[in-house]
Write a protein that binds this ligand. Structure first.
Ligand code: V47
Ligand code: SF4
Length: 385
């Protein structure tokens, strides 16, 4: 028999605790939940309870639409002055021969491979090295824009910017304005890891602090530009640390409204200094997407980054609050394959992405980086099967 009850009725007729029922009422009434209520969701919410609530929020924000884009990544180097314990990808400067460092010309050659292809975004990020400094990146952005003005440059995180501006003796305001003038369009969400100082010092010591990460995003938003935010979860952090992370993002978003998407990144444990820390289950991944969707009431989108969790879990996440799958990627990132993700050559065609989305009864919509609609694929049928 088909259950025709509304989400509200389903929860009220269930045997969940009064505390969870009261949180559910707030969510159904569009009220913000508190820090403690967020922690209660993590500690006590069952998968089905969290899924019902997150789906309600998701539908209110995006209806049945699921977004994706056509993008590719450029990783200018995997050499890094830092050595984050969770990172499987970077090599220290003294291990330079095991890594790569691309010149501006080499990056332009990669960009040119996409000439004539309908990609809308290049996502640029990688390690931090002294050579790839202010002059290097401003010239890189300028040359990409000279070659292909309509290609959206989503590049670098506060980890790189903090290092680059310090070396160039510039304030964040001066630096971000210069990057914008050189052609930077938006900022990806990386480098956030977990904001709590103790945990951050343990897993990502030495790189920009939580406060610096948030400040650079704030400066960027005040220039009228947008960015994303991530959270690395499922390692040595607690549920309180996750809510603390989201609380700081929620507060900044209240101030600037500059974030587009929140992207939970599952810790993968292959070949890094934290390989002894077990990975969390898929159930925990789905619960985490759901709590994020419920807690971050002012974030328009929650992204399930399929290259990191695999296409099957990403598809499931669409019923637990996520409304975005990132993009085609075209096998151009190594960050996750080197850390043990299921997707060893992350690449999906538009057709495959559309079919993943239709497979869970949702409406596939190609977007640009800022969520402008490029094409609605709900009526499209592909003939080259
Ligand atoms: O900051 C590195 C993470 C991030 C591991 O904004 C790891 O659209 C898990 O931020 N296990 C970079 N995570 C990637 C990133 C991103 C990806 C896709 C889309 C967007 C966006 C941003 O990758 C790093 C770090 O948090 N990471 N190693 C690992 N072993
Ligand atoms: Fe360097 Fe980023 Fe890896 Fe940390 S996560 S070691 S900053 S490349």
């Amino acid at each position: 028999m088909i259950n025709t009850e509304s989400p509200k009725e389903i929860i009220h007729h269930s045997s969940v605790s009064p505390a969870l029922k009261s949180i559910a009422d707030k969510v159904f009434n569009g009220e913000r939940i508190t820090f403690d209520e967020g922690v209660t969701l993590y500690k006590e919410g069952s998968l089905s309870f969290l899924g019902t609530l997150a789906n309600f929020v998701r539908e209110k924000k995006s209806g049945d639409k699921v977004f994706f884009n056509r993008n590719f990544h450029v990783e200018p180097t995997n050499i890094c002055v830092y050595s984050c314990a969770f990172c499987s990808y970077s090599r220290l400067i003294k291990q330079r021969e095991q890594g790569w460092e691309l010149s501006i010309d080499q990056i332009l050659d990669i960009i040119k491979k996409y000439d004539g292809q309908p990609v809308t975004e290049v996502h640029i990020t990688g390690g931090v090295v002294p050579k790839q400094d202010f002059a290097y990146y401003t010239e890189l952005f300028r040359r990409i824009k000279q070659h292909r003005p309509d290609l959206h440059i989503k590049a670098l995180t506060p980890v790189e910017y903090h290092y680059i501006f310090k070396k160039a003796k510039m304030t964040y305001e001066e630096g971000m304005k210069a990057m914008m003038e050189a052609g930077l369009d938006s900022m990806p969400g990386g480098g956030a890891e977990i904001f709590d100082k103790d945990i951050r010092d343990k897993i990502a010591g030495g790189k920009c602090s939580a406060e610096e990460w948030l400040e650079i995003h704030e400066v960027w938003h005040k220039l009228g530009r947008h960015s994303n935010a991530t959270m690395l979860y499922g390692h040595i952090e607690t549920f309180e640390h996750r809510i603390d992370h989201m609380e700081r993002l929620r507060q900044l978003q209240d101030k600037t409204n500059g974030f587009n998407a929140f992207i939970p990144l599952k810790f993968r444990n292959k070949e890094n200094q934290m390989s002894d820390v077990p990975e969390v289950s898929v159930i925990e991944d789905l619960r985490n997407y759901a709590v994020a969707r419920i807690y971050l009431d002012n974030f328009p989108h929650i992204k399930a980054y399929w290259a990191m969790i695999g296409r099957n879990t990403a598809q499931l996440a669409l019923n637990f609050g996520a409304d975005d799958l990132d993009g085609t990627i075209d096998d151009t990132t190594k960050i996750y394959s080197m850390a043990g993700a299921e997707e060893q050559s992350p690449k999906l065609t538009t057709q495959q992405l559309v079919e993943l989305i239709k497979g869970v009864g949702k409406r596939p919509v190609e977007r640009d980086t800022l969520y402008g609609i490029v094409k609605d694929y709900s009526e499209t049928t592909f003939t080259n099967k």
